[in-house]
Design a protein around this ligand. Structure first.
Ligand code: LLP
Length: 430
């Protein structure tokens, strides 16, 4: 993708656009933010979060749907607070995420707790907070959760995460609904597992859950899964186990390059049509979207350090790296690259790479750009699975995060210092 014209917006990124030749988030110049705070720098748009939220809210209308933001996508407290304010629930996968939700003022009655490896202390904390539901992924976990709940004099509300064995047609690392995956309880064993759950004294069965994968750009795998889940719900009903809610997980994709992902409305309209057709219109629905709520609400700013014209490739060596944005290295993922201040002049095809000592340390490949050292670039679609997957590899401090709101901006996470990185370590005595 080449640079955009001086007044246009970034494709797929509402609220990021060029104004007088400078890329802005809402009304704030990204060049000014890079100058003030340095790079690498994550910048999010509050209005873009709101717009993504409304795409779900408007699609839902007055139908009984609870959106539990899949907060693993971006767990910054300011992001969580904003979604809590908008009325969102949260899908958590650890005691750490529960702590964040509570710190941000989220409502535990709208929290579902997913994950294959919940530990006893995490179960206790979630029971203490009285979360809406545990999405349980194995028979062993059912037993453990029942014991923990009983020891606290409580009953844990549970759904079983069912693995429907459908191909989500996405990257293998983010496909979760195939029988080869570690997730969920195989659909063939689900009835038995529900019988176990219903008989355990510390549990109350309330739902059926699934999550088939992430960055889905085709909607049909949801319906393959849905049919199987509805069959199961009817079998459960016949067995005297009544289900109150169906959780379809997250997974709606976003536009990274030229994808046209399905909308929440397209998904919900068809799901409710199927529920009606099967006489299951009384079911409440839970959704756990992560990426589609935050992915295109953020960019990662980085500065070109050096240009290097090697025999086979041109490299733009930048100050962000795989420790800041792991997705290209891990999934071969595409992130758009835009100059914050596009320049005229000769373009070349560049690989955008970081300073980390790994050949996998690349952020974008073969992008035609006019560049000079010192230029600031915006890596697109960096609102989801970006900062949350950052590490300190090569003893690199993690970037700061800024939330833009109209013509204001707020530092929502300070840049780590090198002292932060050494804190907690000690040397052996002499
Ligand atoms: N619910 C469950 C149980 C999940 O495992 C996930 C994501 C979600 C909801 C949210 O899915 P979303 O709506 O964001 O697709 N790091 C990868 C994505 C991993 C997704 C893991 N599970 C990436 O950068 O593409």
């Amino acid at each position: 993708m080449t640079s955009l014209s001086a007044q246009s917006g970034l494709a797929g990124h509402p609220h990021f656009h060029y104004q007088d030749g400078v890329l802005h988030a809402e009304n704030v110049s990204l060049a000014a933010l890079a100058l003030k705070f340095g790079t690498p720098l994550y910048v999010y748009s509050r209005a873009a979060l709101g717009q993504a939220w409304r795409s779900y809210r408007d699609a839902i209308g007055d139908r009984p749907v609870l959106v539990c933001y899949g907060m693993k996508a971006n767990s910054n407290l300011a992001v969580l607070k904003e979604f809590a304010r908008l009325g969102s629930g949260f899908d958590i996968v650890s005691g750490g995420e529960l702590k964040r939700v509570l710190a941000a003022g989220g409502d535990p009655a709208k929290v579902v707790f997913s994950g294959v490896g919940k530990q006893v202390w995490e179960m206790r904390a979630a029971l203490e907070a009285d979360v809406k539901c545990f999405n349980v992924e194995s028979q062993a976990e059912l037993q453990c959760l029942s014991d923990v709940a009983q020891s606290m004099g409580r009953r844990a509300r549970v759904s079983l995460r069912v693995n429907p064995d459908v191909d989500a047609q996405t990257h293998p690392y983010i496909s979760t609904g195939l029988k080869e995956n570690k997730f969920g309880i195989a659909i063939e064993s689900a009835l038995d597992a529900y019988r176990t759950a219903a008989a355990l004294p510390g549990l109350e069965v309330v739902g059926v859950d699934c999550h088939i994968g992430s960055q889905l750009t085709d909607i049909s795998p949801y319906f393959d899964a849905l049919e199987k889940l509805l069959d199961l719900i009817q079998k459960l009903d016949a067995a005297g186990i009544s289900i109150k809610h169906l959780d379809l997980g997250g997974g709606l994709g976003i536009r990274y390059t030229d994808e046209i992902p399905p909308s929440p409305k397209a998904l919900l309209d068809q799901v409710f049509e199927r529920l009606q057709a099967r006489g299951l219109a009384h079911l409440h629905l839970v959704l756990e979207p992560g990426r589609s709520l935050v992915g295109n609400a953020g960019v990662l700013l980085t500065t070109v350090q050096y240009l290097k014209h090697a025999p086979a490739r041109n490299f733009a060596i930048v100050d962000a790296a795989m420790n800041d944005l792991l997705r290209p290295a891990l999934y071969d993922a595409y992130h758009g690259v835009q100059p914050v201040v596009p320049r005229d002049g000769q373009t070349d095809e560049y690989d955008i790479v970081g300073p980390v000592c790994e050949s996998a340390d690349w952020l974008a490949r073969q992008r035609r750009l006019a560049l000079q050292a010192g230029d600031v670039l915006a890596l697109e679609s960096a609102g989801a699975y970006a900062m949350v997957m950052a590490s300190n590899y090569n003893t690199r401090a993690r970037a700061a995060e800024i939330m833009v709101d109209g013509d204001q901006y707020h530092v929502v996470r300070q840049r780590e210092t090198l002292d932060d990185l050494l804190r907690g370590e000690s040397m052996l005595p002499d």
